[in-house]
Ligand binder design. Sequence first.
Ligand SMILES: [Zn+2]
Length: 350
Amino acid sequence: MQQKNKILGNNESTESYTTFNKRYKKQELVLGKEGQKKLAKAAVAIVGLGALGSNCVELLVRAGVGKLILIDRDVISLDNLQRQHLYDENDIGKAKAIVCEQKLRKINGSIDIIGKLADITWKNIHEILKNIDCIIDCTDNLFTRMLLNDFCVKNDVPLIHGAVVSSKGSLYVVSGKEKACLACIYSDKINHETCDSTGVLNTASSIVSSLQANECIKLIWDKHPVEPDFLRIDLLRNSFERFGVKKNKNCFVCIKKEFRYLLGRIEQKAVHYCGSFQYQIKKKDFSKKSSFLKKEYIEIVSKLKKLGKVVDLGYCAHFDDLTLFLDGRVLIKAKDEKEAKMFFDKYIGN
Ligand SMILES: [Zn+2]
């Protein structure tokens, strides 16, 4: 999914200065030429391309951030369209990372946009997030948030956290050694996965994702301080509230430097996807060699074709309530984890 640049915003040898000026004319009046150039030189990763990520990344692409890495493990479903920007009815069943990359390149061909269809884990996070100036947390689960928090605190990379439930949203920027980290704020014993039962307004996710993109631009621009507090909004009351956050003096991450998620000491088995009766289970015996992965993938797809209709997109295959990916992950729609495991054993096996 590597992009071949047509016009490079961060490379003045291939993009004419006039084109660069025209595209960002209005924004330059605010950021100045130097600010715009800083954006063009920056590399930002967006983790999660759902309601928050798909809007946030569109704003950053239009703003001219030079390099964007887009990471998501999921495919698009009909109920995503209510709030997830960039996707339409023709995209249902396709991977968010791939669709996002394709659509964003049409918006701005002058920057590097790299979509990664991947489940970010302690094993691949260093490779995926290397040489990144800022990471935006647009995920919907605490486990990935804690993994990103470990990575960002350890490597001193700013993390822009956003979350949204119902009509409410929150924003917090982890940056610098003095500020509290996400582990100071959220207990990893609490299940924050609540959008299943409470739903979410698209207006709330749009505002929070816009705030995330805004903090990212401010961080890169480096002229105005980033948000110091934990910000909480409620769209039904039109309220914006600030909460000062102190470091937890016993924090495992920013005080004790015990990066348990990053070291793989806390791992997930079956993952429950927020907002759906969907579970992710990994095939244990999938090899890390891509040639072998492809071979296994093809074998399973041909086995499933004997049992019913399979839609094979090359990078993932849909069969009934199962979606198999090239990296060995399987998404399963089921009423609970037990039923998901039963379907996995029946159709995929280990
Ligand atoms: Zn902390």
